[in-house]
Design a binder for this molecule. Structure first.
Ligand code: AMP
Length: 362
């Protein structure tokens, strides 16, 4: 970075790499605080374009587009963890990039991520690197024939994964099936629940965490978040502590999402981290004083964090594929806060929007 970042002033611009729904919601939050946003996204008519100040339609690693982005904005952020690392590293020479590119490096590779979590003193599922069919068979035997095999890079929403639940699940051909790419085998965790914590860190190291959400997945995709979770106070404290340690280690600025498995005895195993706003934090826009989107913009702009106080108990459901057809009915439901992403085609598995149902706090 050439110059340290100053506090962003109204009218100044934030570059956002990625133009999906997270970029869209970040752009909306930025606009509310008086900032302009410039989206870098190859897809025309992307969800973020509809609400951002401008859109550079180019690949994320297009050198000329990155030059233009750096010239037009004051700081840069991103809405997804698979931003090409070289692009972030090139940008950081010209403009401050938050969260720091190191966070991308960690989150882009499940093996690097697991080793990083261990370095931070945070427990994870047992894991082993798998670079061949032979290594897979050996590791699976060591894991008692049970495990989840995942691609190290570019997996999301349960894609690029294969489960082994016992001797009936043969590993034969699995390395080829997942594309002859570097893999990681994780032990199959018998969790009682999944929770995630959304936390934010300012440029000067102040941290605030939202209440954790309890998450349910369907077909590998996040389906529902319930807040408050069933987690005990000590489990919640452990999740907050882990998020704080991860952020301190990365000298992190912005919002992060950290997913955990909760074990029978209340202890946690960290599953993964997302160096960005996270689907399991969407409920904050309806139930909290400050949404995760505004919090991220505040943190990266050098502003103080907003209150994470929660006014309501709530359940957030993703509207996936043609599930979005329920939106009209939901709009008539008292206590339901509907958010649609402006996507045209309701393809199966595509996140089209979400609804947060509010209840008075118990
Ligand atoms: P991931 O892509 O790692 O977030 O995995 C998607 C979902 O698969 C998680 O939210 C869990 O429900 C499940 N899962 C992932 N890893 C494991 C594991 N090691 N043991 C049991 N379930 C897992």
């Amino acid at each position: 970075m050439t110059e340290p970042a100053g506090v962003l002033k109204p009218g100044e611009a934030i570059g956002i790499i990625g133009g999906g729904q997270l970029g869209r919601m970040l752009a909306m939050a930025a606009a509310r605080l008086g900032f302009r946003t410039i989206i870098l996204e190859p897809q025309e008519e992307c969800p973020a374009e509809q609400v951002a100040s401008s859109h550079i339609t180019a690949d994320y690693d297009d050198a000329e587009a990155l030059e233009t982005l750096a010239a037009l904005c004051h700081i840069v952020t991103y809405e997804f963890e698979n931003v090409p690392l070289q692009a972030a590293q090139a940008l950081v020479q010209k403009k401050p990039v938050f969260p720091p590119p190191k966070a991308l490096e960690v989150a882009q590779d499940r093996l690097v991520e697991k080793n990083f979590l261990v370095e931070c003193g945070i427990e994870t599922a047992r894991f082993a690197a798998v670079d061949s069919q032979q290594q897979l068979e050996q590791a699976l035997e060591e894991f008692g024939g049970r495990g989840v095999l995942k691609t190290r890079r570019l997996g999301y929403d349960g894609k690029g994964q294969k489960r082994f639940t016992g001797p009936q699940d043969s590993p034969a051909g699995a390395f080829a099936q997942l594309g002859h790419v570097p893999l990681i085998l994780e032990s199959l965790v018998a969790f009682t629940a999944e929770i995630s914590i959304i936390a934010a860190r300012t440029r000067d190291g102040k941290v605030l965490c939202y209440d954790p959400a309890e998450n349910e997945h369907r077909d590998g995709i996040l389906s529902r978040c319930t807040v408050p979770s069933q987690a005990s106070q000590s489990t919640i404290e452990a999740a907050r502590d882990a998020a704080g340690r991860i952020m301190a280690q990365l000298d992190y600025v912005g919002v992060i999402g950290v997913e955990f498995f909760v074990m029978q005895d209340g202890t946690l195993l960290a599953n993964e981290l997302a160096p960005r706003v996270h689907n399991s934090g969407h409920w904050t826009e309806a139930a909290c004083i400050t949404s995760q989107f505004e919090q991220h913009i505040r943190a990266i702009a050098g502003l103080p964090l907003g209150s994470v106080e929660r006014h309501f108990d709530c359940v957030m459901d993703n509207l996936i594929g043609d599930g979005v057809t329920s939106a009209d009915a939901l709009l008539g439901e008292p206590g339901a806060v509907v958010h649609l992403y402006g996507k045209k085609d309701a393809r199966p598995g595509r996140k089209m929007g979400h609804v947060t149902r509010l209840q008075p706090r118990s």
